[in-house]
Design a protein around this ligand. Structure first.
Ligand SMILES: Cc1ncc(C[n+]2csc(CCOP(=O)(O)OP(=O)(O)O)c2C)c(N)n1
Ligand code: SF4
Length: 478
């Protein structure tokens, strides 16, 4: 007779080490909680398929926030409700990874209601495990979108009422109406039969991903004895008596066998293709630049900020295009208020000699402020020894920091002197490049004629660049 071997699946850590605590044998979950069972089922499936080394679990905000203490896989923590968006990014950038978005009902059906619909509708090749315990467990038992009619929670103390809170949302049914998902099933954690059913469903959802079939979704009706304020045994009965009649346990969609494997084309676009898309094809052949220029280029984390209409966004585009033309890696990302003119606007620009992870500049080492509110908003964020360029025509105060380099330039006045106030942004770029000498300011002359749509203004913008250079030579020569 074969001896049964009971052991932890390989995809679990041997010891559950928690920050600030000693090693633990157990998880942090309450006795009778469904999360523990589900973790075991997932790890078993990953280990059985032999994919634990290339799997990534996206932990949500909720009681399973600490899932990364248990899964010996890749782990990442997403903001509340954002797990499907994070999982999308992970999967698309690592197509061979097995990505599991693990989410509670507050996370998936409330704050993340749109993320899950969009990911499902795009048919992302991922596996979503939706833990429906009809309550917000982590925060003390508030009503969730899946809380049953009549169910008492801390925020529905007299029981959920249809006229007040509406009906519980059936997420599986909604997702199954979409064209893209390949497999949608609801299971439960009540007894051996339902636990085995859950295991089969989770295996299938993971297998579909391994086979590149697309989006699979398993909703699991799971006990939360603490939130429901009943015993673990009664919780199992409660699922059977109250949850299963409203949330039927069944497959809602399964086209796994009919669906062909699909893969998103992954390829690096050539420089020429990128230039074509940006409308900068006229730059022609890739420029030859010395290897030492690229090697020694210090990453510029730029924030350019001002009123809408001051050309802060286009200054960023021109700077990024100029650096790209010098074979640097660049990103540009705008941020603006709702007003077309007069509102606030800023952009993050990163220029680097290596691939850029995130396009956001939260701590710039170059801050360009075209107006006072921008200086107030971003001065404290600048890195020590960073550079701040202040448009003194509009900003009426000095920089308070004494650990940064500051250029005070009347950008708007200089541009007005040329008859084009809007060219203050170009005065600034000329000054920036002349002061830092990171790129020859003449490189801007190759970009500006392509970037400026109103061709009759090109000459004035080129003059503005030269005025910026002149101002630095006369006032800040080093
Ligand atoms: C943006 C944001 N809003 C609200 C919260 C508070 N919060 C933490 S967990 C949670 C709900 C958790 O419920 P659920 O997703 O059902 O998971 P469970 O705890 O039941 O496993 C909420 C609202 C938060 N952390 N972040
Ligand atoms: S509160 Fe509920 S969901 Fe959270 S750990 Fe306890 S039993 Fe599990």
């Amino acid at each position: 007779m074969k001896a049964a071997v009971l052991e932890k699946p390989k995809a679990f850590y041997d010891k559950f080490e928690r920050k600030g605590k000693t090693q633990q044998e157990t998880t942090h979950y309450c006795p009778g909680c469904g999360h523990g069972n589900l973790h075991k089922i997932i790890t078993e499936a990953l280990s059985e398929f032999g994919v634990d080394d290339r799997s990534i679990i996206v932990s949500p905000v909720g009681c399973s926030v600490f899932a990364y203490y248990y899964f010996d896989t890749g782990n990442i923590q997403a903001a509340h409700g954002r797990a499907p968006a994070v999982a999308t990014g992970l999967k698309r950038s690592n197509p061979e990874s097995i990505v599991i978005s693990y989410q509670g009902d507050g996370d998936l059906a409330a704050i993340g209601g749109d993320e899950i619909l969009q990911a499902a509708n795009r048919g992302e090749n991922m596996t979503v495990i939706f833990v429906n315990n009809a309550i917000y467990g982590m925060t003390g038992g508030q009503m969730a979108p899946t809380t049953l009619v009549g169910q008492k929670t801390t925020t529905s103390p007299y029981g959920r009422k249809i006229e007040n809170e509406g009906y519980p949302i059936r997420m599986s049914e909604i997702i199954a109406t979409l064209e893209a998902p390949v497999y949608v099933e609801r299971t439960a954690l009540v007894d051996f039969k339902t636990i085995n059913h859950t295991k089969r469903a989770i295996r299938k959802a993971i297998k579909n991903q391994i086979d590149k079939k697309g989006f699979s979704f398993v909703e699991v009706l799971a006990p939360c004895p603490t939130g429901w304020k009943i015993t673990p045994v009664d919780s199992q009965k409660w699922i059977q008596q109250h949850m299963m009649p409203y949330f039927p346990v069944q497959a809602f969609k399964d086209v796994s066998d009919q669906r062909e494997s699909m893969e998103i084309e992954q390829r690096d676009y050539s420089d020429q293709e990128v230039l074509d898309v940006l409308g900068l094809s006229q730059l022609g052949e890739k420029k030859q630049v010395p290897a030492s220029f690229i090697e020694n280029f210090p990453t510029q984390f730029m924030k350019i900020a001002g009123f809408g209409g001051q050309g802060v966004l286009s200054a960023g585009v021109v700077m990024a295009a100029c650096a790209m033309n010098e074979n640097l890696e660049v990103t540009w990302i705008p941020s603006y208020g709702p007003e077309m003119r007069g509102g606030t606007a800023n952009c993050s620009v990163i220029l680097s000699n290596s691939r850029i992870g995130s396009p956001l500049t939260t701590n710039p080492n170059v801050l360009i402020v075209m107006n006072g509110p921008s200086l107030d908003a971003f001065e404290d964020d600048v890195q020590p020894n960073g550079l701040i360029i202040v448009n003194t025509s509009i900003v009426d105060r000095r920089v308070k920091r004494d650990d940064v380099d500051v250029l005070y330039i009347p950008l708007t006045e200089i541009a007005s002197g040329l008859g084009l106030t809007a060219a203050a942004n170009m005065v600034c770029l000329g000054a920036y490049l002349e002061y830092t000498k990171l790129i020859d300011y003449k490189s801007l002359f190759e970009i500006v004629p392509l970037a400026i749509k109103k061709k009759h203004l090109v000459d004035t913008n080129l003059k503005a660049i030269k005025e910026g250079v002149k101002y630095i030579r006369e006032n800040y020569s080093r």
